[in-house]
Structures are given as C-alpha cells and as structure tokens.
Design a protein around this ligand. Structure first.
Ligand SMILES: *Cc1c(COP(=O)(O)O)cnc(C)c1O
Length: 230
C-alpha cells in the first residue's frame, strides 16, 4: 500500500470520527487533497487511492498538471490567490474557486465564464484573522460584497472560505471558524437570490477536526496526505 493511500485512509477515518463526535454525517464533509507543489505522480497515486477532489494554488502549475491528468478525472478546486488576469484560466480549469475577495475579480470571472457558457462555482474568502499576509475580504465587508456579486449571472456563490492564523494548538482556531459561521448566518438572513451558503471551506492538516466540529463542509488537507512541501 502506498504512503499516500495510507495517509488518505487515516484522514478519512479522522473525518468520520470528527463528524460522529458532533452528530454530523461524514458524507457532508468533502475532503480536498491539496496538491500544490506536488507531482503529477503523487496526484495519480491519490486518485488511485480514492481521492476525488484536489486543491491547487498556482494557476500555471495547475494547468500543466491538470492537462496531464485530465480535467474530468477529478474535481478541481482553486484555493490560491487569484489575479484578475488569470481569471480566464481559472474558469477553464477549475470546478470551484474558493478565493473570491473583490467585486473586480468576481466581475472578471463572470465575464470569462460567460464566454465559455459556464456557471462558475465560487466561494468568498474572508480574511478572518485580519492578517496583512493573507487575502480575503474583511469580515465587515463580506455581506456587502455578496450583495454586489449576487447579480452576476455566470457565477454561483456557494459559500465561504477562510484560513485562520496558524496555531500549533488547533483549539485556538475554533473561534475563527465560529466567526465564519456567524458571517454565513448573517448572509443567510439577507435571503439573497442566487446565493447559496451550502459550503464552508475551512480546516487544514492541523485543524480540520475542529473545523468539522464547527460546521466545515470542505476540508483542505495537504501535508497530512502528501507530506511536507519543499
Ligand atoms: C496549502 C494550503 C492548504 C493545505 O495546508 P496543509 O497544512 O498542508 O494541510 C489548505 N488551504 C490553503 C488555502 C492552502 O494554501
């Protein structure tokens, strides 16, 4: 059995245990295997071992790898910072884009999706820890941004994404996950047309169990599946 298969089985068991511990269904939590800076061979190993969703951070690197693997052989999530001038490629290659944080980017994605007659699924990234080093909209601006992008016909907002500050003790991330849930609830109260808050993309190798306890539907796990990145 490959190391990646071994790791995936372990993570899947941990996801199931975390779900059970808070009376959720494991099937409501999607594991996204984060394969940035990992080889095509590693991703193929992941696919053979049962992974179906992959996350990538860099457009050029991802395009090369997805061309080799085949777009239809997995569900692809873009989870890196996206520049507007790369929106065209993001729309061509990715099923979900998790990192929308401005009206400008949303409009560009809408324009590019329209050109290829696609409804692009997106999530809004919230900079929940207000960190200068991280992208994302401010907590306070999230609702306003949703109100502005809900009218864009070729994008479909599916929920929120966050990346809290790093803590060696995962419990410390809990309050940030709770804040993202609060923003989600405020958005739901607005009853916007064309806006779904089905997904919360939160939790990484270090803290996905806490994220699941707080309602995550998409956990993005890299290191614990593929090993450390160079
Ligand atoms: C790299 C990355 C991950 C995976 O992080 P690990 O700690 O390796 O599990 C998750 N989300 C985002 C946005 C990332 O950039």
């Amino acid at each position: 059995m490959s190391l990646i298969k071994n790791n995936l089985d372990k993570i899947n068991r941990q996801i199931t245990d975390a779900a059970i511990s808070c009376s959720r269904k494991a099937s409501d939590i999607q594991l996204i295997a984060v394969s940035k800076r990992k080889s095509v061979e590693a991703i193929m190993d992941g696919i053979k071992s049962g992974a179906t969703h992959f996350g990538e951070n860099y457009i050029q690197e991802a395009m090369k790898k997805i061309d080799e693997i085949g777009k239809d052989n997995a569900c692809w999530h873009f989870i890196g910072h996206l520049q507007s001038n790369k929106a065209k490629f993001a729309v061509q290659y990715f099923d979900y884009i998790h990192t929308i944080d401005s009206l400008k980017l949303a409009k560009e994605l809408n324009k590019q999706a329209k050109k290829i007659q696609k409804i692009q699924k997106i999530l809004l990234q919230v900079n929940i820890g207000k960190e200068a080093s991280k992208s994302g909209t401010n907590n306070e601006d999230a609702i306003e941004l949703v109100a502005q992008i809900k009218g864009l016909e070729n994008i479909s907002l599916q929920g929120l994404m966050c990346m809290p500050p790093y803590f060696s003790e995962p419990e410390e991330a809990r309050i940030y996950f709770q804040q993202l849930v609060q923003i989600k609830e405020k958005i739901i109260e607005q009853n916007f047309d064309n806006v779904s808050m089905e997904h919360l993309s939160m939790g990484m190798s270090n803290d996905f169990q806490v994220a699941i306890e707080e309602g995550s539907t998409m956990v993005r796990v890299g290191t614990s599946i593929f090993g450390r990145r160079d």
